[in-house]
Design a binder for this molecule. Structure first.
Ligand SMILES: [Zn+2]
Length: 346
């Protein structure tokens, strides 16, 4: 079950000071901000940058002797800090039946990982999702989030705004594959995306309301997908093309930027099935100053062209959900010149 985040100004400091000898999992930047402000002394401060399963297991074994049910682990930072904290709490429960108190304090809101119960670990350099972690609290500290670069926080529109193209894929899957489409869930997803777009000015400035809009967008979207049972309302062809690009270049991109670009490509290809107009979404990206130009991500035309040619086979091979890329009505070989011209015009 998803945990509803609580908001506050320097709330991270209150939390750290309230808990007796917490174990803190963090990164250099947020810890440098918080350390001078707290009066409590944590039992341990662990900086972790690796989600490799072997390393995580070693980390757990080194902590194992000292932890019991009274322990609190606080993850403070980006995805790696929060996922490490989630892993340690899951592992102690799974292996030793210890119930650690888990608190997550994201220092940046560029992706929704801090809200998801699954844990992203790496096994032989491949991402695996394991476990079900249940944090006791998720804290959104306005002051801490505002210290992260604005362009990264703005990229947090990614997994909420991807609804705009995921819905078109859902309609295509419904019509061509008779996949179940629930009108209530569909409309709810649509209004989550529309509400996010209403907060465009606040998102551009990353002020309190902008942070709230981004976090609530994530919360509502994750909750809706949990209720529905899969990520159909939120994830579709825009994510699949990103996975395909990443499988070619073996690079990671800022999620909001690559998903943003791919949403426009999906809306262009979905034609009459697109639930949102291309112009409307493009304007939203411009208004919040999210740079979705391929050049800003060091994504060459050659790689894009290669990925677009490959994506149909890729989604079938990876057994991804039915989307515009599966549709027999889409002839990418024939349309590639027009599509590349469109991408250049973005
Ligand atoms: Zn995503």
């Amino acid at each position: 079950m998803i945990v509803e985040p609580t908001f506050g100004y320097w709330k991270s400091i209150d939390i750290i000071d309230r808990i007796d000898k917490p174990i803190i999992i963090t990164m250099k930047e947020p810890w440098a901000i918080l350390k001078p402000k707290i009066s409590n002394i944590p039992s341990q401060v662990i900086f972790n940058s690796s989600m490799d399963t072997k390393y995580l297991e070693e980390l757990y074994f080194s902590l194992r002797k000292t932890i019991d049910d009274s322990e609190t682990i606080i993850g403070i930072g980006g995805g790696t800090s929060c996922d490490t904290a989630k892993y340690l709490s899951w592992k102690s429960h799974d292996q030793d039946d210890i119930h650690i108190n888990l608190i997550l304090i994201p220092s940046i809101i560029s992706v929704d990982a801090f809200l998801c119960s699954s844990i992203a670990i790496r096994k032989k350099n491949k991402v695996n999702y394991i476990g079900e972690s249940e944090p006791n609290e998720i804290i959104i500290d306005f002051e801490l989030i505002k210290k992260a670069p604005k362009y990264l926080n703005r990229a947090g529109v990614s997994d909420t705004i991807s609804i705009t193209s995921a819905l078109g894929d859902w309609k295509i899957a419904h019509e061509e594959k008779d996949e179940k489409l629930d009108k209530r869930v569909f409309d709810q997803a649509k209004s989550i995306a529309e509400n996010l777009m209403k907060a465009r000015e606040d998102i551009q400035y990353i002020n309190d309301n902008g942070i709230k809009a981004l976090v609530n967008g994530f919360y509502n979207e994750v909750k809706l997908c949990e209720e529905w049972g899969n990520s159909r309302p939120e994830e579709g062809s825009e994510h699949f093309l990103a996975y395909c690009i990443e499988s070619i270049t073996k690079k990671h991109y800022i999620h909001g930027q690559i998903i943003g670009l791919n949403i426009l490509i999906s809306l262009y290809l979905q034609e009459q099935y697109a639930e949102f107009s291309l112009e409307k979404i493009h304007r939203f990206f411009n208004d919040i100053k999210l740079d979705i130009n391929p050049k800003s991500m060091n994504l060459s035309n050659e790689v894009l062209k290669k990925a677009i040619k490959k994506v149909k086979n890729y989604v079938m091979k990876e057994n991804l959900m039915y989307s515009v890329y599966n549709s027999s009505k889409l002839d990418l070989d024939k349309n590639i010149r027009n599509l590349m011209r469109f991408i250049k015009s973005i």
